[in-house]
Design a protein around this ligand. Structure first.
Ligand SMILES: [Cu+2]
Length: 236
């Protein structure tokens, strides 16, 4: 072949090859399959102890309530908590409440220990920061530790009949099955890592009867009011 034909062929190969590469490049870069979010998902919950409870005029009480700490540092209702499936969740619970509890479980009289266990987290543990210990049953707590305590179960408080060093639990249940249980202690911040691998709508509930004490042994008021001590968890 002569030089002109040769260079024409070379040019054609380069141009067509270039177009091919360009098409492949634009295909892979401008048509991404919806990329999964990477990195951990952070959820911070705050428990405040003395919120005016307006839903039962018979009993004028302040009641404890969970809130979602929103990105702009405001407290939002915890009625509906949305969490991602198949992704590491870093859950922080800041508990401003105080006081031990003798009763944990489904009824006011039960002392079941299942809700004192950490369930459904990485390693089956939670990390308690600024863990505190009460001077007396009704006194303010004093901080005894600065390092986090690694906790898999909270035991009955020693040397007394006060109960457990648990003020609330954050428990996710699915038709009675406990998926996640994280007990929290007043004045402490609790950190847990977890994965939720099944999508769906679940219930979250505190299992320390912390509601109106006059009614149903504490299983009332905040305990049965959506957004306070119960709500839904949507995993998607
Ligand atoms: Cu509670």
């Amino acid at each position: 072949m002569d030089d002109k034909v040769f260079y024409a062929l070379v040019t054609a190969v380069v141009v067509i090859g270039g177009i091919g590469i360009g098409v492949a490049y634009s295909y892979t870069t401008s048509h991404p399959v919806s990329a999964p979010a990477t990195g951990p998902y952070y959820l911070t919950l705050v428990i405040t102890p003395s919120n005016p409870y307006i839903y039962n005029s018979t009993y004028e009480h302040n009641q404890p309530s969970y809130f979602i700490l929103a990105a702009n540092n405001t407290l939002e209702s915890a009625a509906n908590i949305v969490l991602p499936a198949h992704r590491e969740i870093v859950l922080t619970i800041i508990d401003y409440d105080s006081g031990p509890t003798p009763n944990i479980g489904n009824t006011s009289t039960s002392n079941t220990t299942i809700f004192t266990k950490v369930i459904g987290t990485v390693g089956g543990v939670e990390y308690q920061y600024n863990s505190t210990i009460p001077l007396s049953k009704y006194s303010n707590n004093v901080t005894t530790l600065q390092k986090p305590k690694v906790i898999s179960q909270i035991n009955w408080y020693g040397n007394s009949s006060w109960g457990y060093n648990i003020t609330h639990t954050f428990t996710i249940i699915n038709s009675g099955q406990i998926l996640v249980n994280i007990p929290t202690w007043g004045g402490s911040t609790t950190l847990a890592y977890l994965y939720l691998n099944n999508t769906g709508t679940y219930t979250w509930q505190c299992y320390v009867p912390c509601g109106l004490s006059e009614v149903n042994g504490g299983w009332s008021g905040a305990m049965t009011t959506v957004g306070w001590m119960t709500g839904t968890v949507v995993v998607d």
